[in-house]
Every structure is written in structure tokens, then in C-alpha cells.
Design a protein around this ligand. Structure first.
Ligand SMILES: Cc1cc2nc3c(=O)[nH]c(=O)nc-3n(C[C@H](O)[C@H](O)[C@H](O)COP(=O)(O)OP(=O)(O)OC[C@H]3O[C@@H](n4cnc5c(N)ncnc54)[C@H](O)[C@@H]3O)c2cc1C
Length: 465
């Protein structure tokens, strides 16, 4: 049987892979997307499932910088699903045992707030901001102000702790101001409201899948790439796993698919499952090794409700120190259901790669026990601060997964890798995260796909010329 061949094979059908496949098929390329999960897993960490009529998400809920995803849809002639986020720029923070309105905190110290936060994001260039990649937010802020409300603002947003919520390592000032400035550039306003699509995050994958299939692209689900084939410094295709295993020790057969361009769109922590570091240039492989498992993980707890008095839906709530967990966490409510009056309250805790439970050791009992304990303690926090939410829920959903790479000084920023793999012609790496998309999330997936499609088309034009 003749070997199959495509212009481009994309490994991974998350938002990065689907965005890129849609852009390339739109330009007439013959593209194959290979995704290891079933059709319901297309969208990857942005896929959704259902509990009754309510959408539950595999990972992401709200889109940061939705403008970049909009740009991909615009190019392929599709539109963004409806936004269900009704928030204005509001929110309340529980700090020092009491609730404070975010607006009031900022209003009382407006001039200092503008000086430290607004002016930096607006007036510094991206190049100047990049010089802050290795500077902690705490250092940056406390060197510029001693206003306690401004310092509290940064503290409760988690930026003095290491993520948006979050974990006890300080955040990189370069990464913070880079993402805020990008938001300004794309959306024209400061981060306040993100885009939460009707039907759950999975709805954003639908128009991409449609576009790929309409233009002759192929998406193969339930198919794992065993490894990317590289010979003499050039990519040749992929080997996919096929057949069944009759006993657990049996090796899968593999089947070769040829392509002059292969894109790895798997997350960076999965990269060495499909790519041998011996094929990469040593410094490129070293950077990947340094970054690839330093994840910021999200534990998510969601409850289904229909009692209108449990929540006022006016904006997120941030808790600086849960009374039982001692951790910071965040909460929001959203109307994701098709049924009127039904809504979800969702809570997030972020954990770092150095902690127990460690995402990559979840086969070990001690990590599973630690994760269950975290959720149990967290429910006690919620019962104290939001009475009725746990007790009156119709259903409960718990999940734990890698949100992104942790943004401590020196971890991301200037250490990020280029999307053209150094040392291998025809190989591109677009999984979270690369220098073409310094910030996380679906914005990152769309941004990196736009850049990769530009490069791939440019290289193939010059090869034909
Ligand atoms: C809990 C959580 C909360 C988040 N919150 C937000 C948020 O609020 N806002 C935001 O913008 N972003 C958020 N994110 C991040 C966002 O979901 C990701 O940045 C984005 O979805 C990444 O897309 P991706 O395509 O790069 O990777 P993925 O979605 O991880 O896609 C990679 C795909 O590759 C597949 N794959 C892996 N190995 C193989 C193989 N060998 N063969 C074939 N296929 C393979 C996987 O099955 C997967 O489908 C969150 C993520 C999580 C987990």
C-alpha cells in the first residue's frame, strides 16, 4: 500500500493545532491533524463536556485577549460564539478577614495606581518591558510606591505570589506588563472582562473544525503520534500508533505518514513523548528541558445552581487566604446552561510544579491523597465564605490540569523557544509556549498559529520559486 502523504502534518488537535490547520487549509494546503483523544477531545484543554444542560470545561473557561482568536476566525470567514460574560470591571477581594471592592481600592489611590500600573503598560515599549522579565513584580512595585492599597492590589491579584491567583513565588514583572500591554493593543482596554463563550470553551473549536473539513483538511481522532521522523536534519513525517494491544506490554505497530512540514502542537510538557532531543540542537533542547515541566496547574471546583439568591453575578471574587486551606483562590458565576435560571459557580486554586500534588506524579497514591485533601479543605473554605453554595448545589465537578508554564522571573520571558526548531528543517513547535506567543492561553494559541502559518507559507513559496 502506498504511504500516505500531506503538505503539513499537525500533531495535536488543541486550539493551537486547529487554529493553524484552519489557516493553512484556507491557503490551499493539504493538512492532516492527528489527535490522540476522541472527537469530544478536539480543542484539547479548551474542550468541554456536559452535565445535564450545563457546560463543563476540560481546562480554560474564559478567553483572555479574545481579539486574536477573532482575527483567525475573520481570516477563515467564521465568527466567534456568543459571549456570556456580563461583568463590568468589578470584583471583590477578601483580605484581612473582610470583603473590599476592587474599584474602591483603586479609586482611593488612583494617582499612584496610574503611575505604577497604567503608565508602565501604556508608555513602556515591548522592548523596555522585556528588560523586566527577570525582575519580580514585588521588587518592581515596592521600588515605585509605598501606597498600601496599590501594593494590596498587586498582592491580591496574585502578582506578588507567582500567577494570577496564586502560588508562593513572585511573578515576573516582564510577563505581567507584556500581557497587559498586549491586551491594550488587541482589545483597546485594560484586563477586566474576558470572553466566556456560550456552550463552554469547547464552542470555540467548532468553527475551526468546520473550516478545516470544508476546505479538504483531515482530522484523525483516537490516533496517537508515536514520534516525529527526522533524518539528516530534515523532518520527513510522523509515525502513528496503530492496531490494538492485546496485553499491556505489547508494543503498538506504527505506520508512517510522510510530510515535508510537521508541526508539534502538543503542550510543551508532552514534547519529549514525540520528539527525540538528540535530533535538536543542544541549546534548543536544553531550553526545552529547562521549561517543559515547570507548570502552573489549575484545580477547578464547579457547582450547578438554580437559586438566584446565592450569587449576585456582578463579578469575580478573590480570596487572599482561605480559612482552612490558607491558600488564595478565586470564584466566579456564569450562565453556561441552556436552561433559564441555571448557572454555575466556579472556583480556582493554582498550584505550582514543585508542590504536592504534582501533576506529573499523579499515579502515586500520596499525590492523589494530597489532591483530594486539597479539594475537601477547599469546600470547607467555601462553606465559610459563601454559605449555601456547596450545600445547595445540584451537582459538583472537580478537575485538575496544567494551565500553563509558571511565570516566575527567569522561567518564561527570554527563555522561551523559537517556533522553528533549531537544527531541523521543516519542524515547527507551537504548543504552549513560544517566543511568538509570550503569554498563555487561547490568545497564545491563536497568536502562535498566525505566526506559524505566515512562516510555513513563506518558506514553501521560497522553496517553489
Ligand atoms: C484548568 C485550566 C484553566 C485555564 N484557564 C485559561 C483561561 O482562563 N484563559 C485562557 O486563555 N487559557 C486558559 N488555559 C490555557 C488554555 O486552555 C491553553 O493555553 C490552550 O487551550 C492551549 O492550547 P494548545 O493547543 O496549545 O494545547 P492543548 O489544548 O493542550 O492541545 C494539545 C493537544 O495535543 C494532543 N496530543 C498530545 N500528545 C499527542 C500525541 N502524541 N499524538 C496526538 N495528539 C497528541 C492532546 O490530546 C491535546 O488535544 C487554561 C488551561 C487549563 C488546563
Amino acid at each position: 500500500m502506498a504511504r500516505e502523504s500531506f503538505d503539513v502534518v499537525i500533531v495535536g488537535g488543541g486550539m493551537g493545532g486547529l487554529n493553524l490547520a484552519a489557516l493553512l487549509t484556507n491557503e490551499g494546503k493539504r493538512v492532516l491533524v492527528v489527535e490522540r483523544s476522541g472527537p469530544e477531545g478536539l480543542g484539547g484543554r479548551a474542550a468541554s463536556g456536559k452535565i445535564g444542560n450545563a457546560a463543563i470545561d476540560n481546562g480554560i473557561k474564559g478567553l483572555i485577549l479574545a481579539g486574536t482568536q477573532d482575527e483567525v476566525y475573520r481570516r477563515i470567514g467564521k465568527t466567534m460564539p456568543e459571549n456570556v460574560c456580563r461583568w463590568t470591571n468589578s470584583g471583590e477581594v477578601h483580605m484581612g478577614g473582610r470583603w473590599r471592592k476592587l474599584d474602591d481600592m483603586i479609586r482611593g489611590s488612583l494617582a499612584e495606581f496610574v503611575k505604577v500600573y497604567v503608565d508602565t503598560a501604556k508608555n513602556w515599549s515591548f522592548e523596555e518591558i522585556e528588560q523586566l522579565d527577570d525582575v519580580s513584580v514585588e521588587k518592581f512595585v515596592t521600588e515605585r510606591t509605598n501606597d498600601p492599597d496599590v501594593i494590596d492590589f498587586f498582592r491580591y491579584m496574585g502578582w506578588l505570589f507567582g500567577g494570577t491567583l496564586s502560588v508562593p513565588h513572585d511573578y515576573s514583572a516582564g510577563m505581567l506588563f507584556y500581557s497587559v500591554k498586549k491586551q491594550l493593543e488587541h482589545l483597546g482596554h485594560f484586563p477586566s472582562q474576558s470572553y466566556w463563550v456560550k456552550g463552554g470553551s469547547g464552542a470555540i473549536a467548532g468553527p475551526l473544525i468546520e473550516a478545516i473539513e470544508e476546505r479538504g483538511g483531515e482530522i484523525r481522532t483516537n490516533t496517537s503520534v508515536s514520534h516525529i521522523v527526522i533524518e539528516d536534519g530534515r523532518v520527513r513525517g510522523v509515525e502513528i500508533e496503530c492496531g490494538d494491544r492485546r496485553v499491556p506490554t505489547e508494543l503498538y505497530d506504527t505506520q508512517r505518514i510522510d510530510a515535508p512540514v510537521v508541526v508539534s502542537a502538543v503542550a510543551i510538557w508532552d514534547i519529549f513523548n514525540i520528539l527525540s532531543e538528540d535530533d535538536l540542537s543542544p541549546w534548543y533542547a536544553d531550553r526545552l528541558r529547562h521549561l517543559h515541566r515547570k507548570t502552573l496547574n489549575d484545580a477547578t471546583l464547579t457547582y450547578g445552581h438554580d437559586d438566584p439568591d446565592l450569587w449576585d453575578h456582578s463579578g469575580p471574587r478573590w480570596v487572599q487566604e482561605g480559612p482552612v486551606t490558607g491558600r488564595p483562590w478565586c470564584a466566579a458565576s456564569l450562565e453556561f446552561s441552556d436552561e433559564p435560571g441555571q448557572y454555575e459557580t466556579t472556583f480556582w486554586i493554582q498550584t505550582g510544579w514543585w508542590e504536592k500534588p504534582n501533576l506529573f506524579q499523579m499515579r502515586e497514591a500520596s499525590h492523589k491523597i494530597a489532591l483530594n485533601q486539597l479539594f475537601d479543605d477547599w469546600e470547607e473554605d467555601i462553606k465559610q465564605l459563601f454559605p449555601g453554595v456547596v450545600e445547595k448545589a445540584h451537582w459538583r465537578h472537580r478537575s485538575f490540569g496544567p494551565a500553563t508554564l509558571i511565570e516566575t522571573p527567569g522561567n518564561v520571558g527570554r527563555s522561551l523557544i523559537d517556533i522553528e526548531a533549531e537544527g531541523v528543517d521543516g519542524l515547527y513547535l507551537i504548543g504552549e509556549r513560544t517566543s511568538a506567543a509570550k503569554i498563555m492561553g487561547v490568545y497564545g494559541s491563536a497568536q502562535v498559529a498566525l505566526e506559524a502559518s505566515r512562516l510555513i507559507l513563506e518558506r514553501s513559496e521560497s522553496a517553489t520559486a
